[in-house]
Design a protein around this ligand. Structure first.
Ligand code: ADP
Ligand code: MG
Length: 410
């Protein structure tokens, strides 16, 4: 009697499941742009140009001068969970690269019309190739040779064309464009230090809203890279390039008020290696500080950044709190609260500062799976980290303040 007529509860077809999952990852045009520029950076690009028509809902185009893809890569590029970056946990970089693990292009192809044109920088001959995708696979017959420069151009057209209710929820194109511009501005600041220039405009031929490519310290580093010199560049050179990019984006007056932050605790490289060992031997899972996985969980971090001094109140438009963890732009309300509290103590007006911080922690100390778009991260030892960062910033700011008041007094 328990076996009755067919249940009225039916499993959703896989295609719909995939589309729902993709729609969760791709929340808005800027989430696509972020993933695409991460791919360009992973491909060692020194120049990344973005156009965003109709706020990115009509067409997003991301062009880079990175290493490009082979025709065989093009066939696999938009297959879900296909990645060239995480085959094994054998190198540090694979753990550091916390992209979508082969989901970004696949997701984009499920909620838009995706096409890619690419030419390999090395070993691929003089031809470029282009391809179109539908629902996570190459559109049959669409892979064709074409002309083009080395590098990759990804085009995402008609975003959410197949999710009309989602599309209707977007209010203004300008809001979406600004969200993308904000992401690109922040990456432009961060990556200026490794010689990557960014350009953003509404469409081909339109005025640029961001262009760090030709900023002198940035383009100098880009030239060094093209000549074969690899980052990290000397801290002073990286910092000068970032300052120039901050000046370009947030204003020259603000850039003059920046002070450098640099510090850390423990040995990030050694702890990363220990974590890698623990991951390989499977002691990492379910283990915690003090367990047999041992030093894999030791508290450690390094931090560099540029922040406005304690006497400067940033205008509302240029106040910003920018945090990168292992080279990825993240939101960390905890870090923000801790650092802003330092400014609240020092800035009598409770004005807002400009803060840019770049943190390095062992990859396994970062949990990116708390948020579908991996925007908010959870960090091991977060309270200790917040305290350490607050102290670091306080130290830099109070030394700056005492010099300044001395100047005034004398
Ligand atoms: P993931 O970045 O996690 O590997 P993606 O879906 O973002 O997954 O990309 C899939 C694969 O396509 C990448 O692993 C990479 O090999 C290739 N790829 C994507 N974008 C680029 C690019 N701009 N330049 C070179 N290769 C790229
Ligand atoms: Mg990716």
């Amino acid at each position: 009697p328990l076996v009755s007529a067919a249940s009225s509860i039916k499993a959703l077809p896989q295609a719909i499941v995939d589309k729902i999952a993709a729609g969760e990852i791709v929340q808005r045009p800027s989430s696509i742009v972020k993933e695409m520029i991460e791919n360009s950076l992973d491909a060692d690009a020194t120049s990344i140009e973005v156009t965003c028509e109709g706020g990115g809902l009509s067409r997003i185009k991301v062009s880079d001068d990175g290493k490009g893809m082979s025709p065989a890569d093009l066939e696999m590029a938009a297959v879900r969970f296909a990645t060239s970056k995480l085959a094994t946990f054998t190198d540090l970089k694979s753990i550091r690269t916390f992209g979508f693990r082969g989901e970004a292009l696949a997701s984009a192809s499920m909620v838009s019309h995706l096409s890619i044109a690419t030419r390999q920088r090395e070993g691929g001959g003089a031809l470029a190739y282009q391809a179109e995708y539908e629902d996570g696979r190459l559109a049959p017959g669409s892979l064709k040779p074409t002309a083009g420069q080395p590098g990759t151009t990804v085009t995402v057209a008609d975003l959410f064309y197949n999710m009309p209710s989602r599309l209707r929820a977007f209010k203004r194109d300008s809001e979406e464009y600004n969200s993308t511009l904000r992401v690109l501005q922040r990456y432009a600041v961060h990556r200026a230090g490794s010689g990557v220039g960014f350009v953003c405009r509404k469409k081909a031929g339109a005025n640029v809203d961001l262009n760090t490519k030709s900023l002198s310290p940035v383009s100098d580093l880009a030239r060094l890279r093209k000549a074969g010199q690899e980052p990290p560049f000397p801290a002073a050179a990286a910092s000068a390039a970032r300052k120039a990019a901050i000046g370009h984006v947030f204003g020259g007056a603000l850039a003059k008020e920046l002070v450098g932050v640099a510090g850390g605790e423990g040995d990030v490289a050694a702890t990363s290696l220990a974590a890698l060992e623990a991951l390989r031997s499977d002691t990492f899972k379910g283990a915690g500080p003090g367990d047999e996985a041992g030093s894999a969980f030791d508290f450690c971090y390094s931090c560099s950044g540029l922040v406005t001094n304690a006497g400067y109140v940033a205008k509302a438009a240029s106040a910003a709190f920018v945090v990168f963890v292992n080279d990825r732009l993240v939101e960390s309300p905890g870090i923000r609260k801790a650092v802003e509290a330092v400014y609240h103590d020092l800035l009598p007006t409770r004005g807002k500062p400009f803060v840019y911080l770049s943190l390095e922690v062992p990859g396994p100390h970062v949990d990116v799976n708390v948020h579908p778009t991996k925007k908010e991260v959870k960090l091991l030892h977060e309270d200790r980290l917040y305290g350490a960062l607050a102290l670091l910033v306080r130290t830099v700011l109070s030394s700056g303040t005492s010099t300044r008041s001395f100047d005034v007094a004398s």
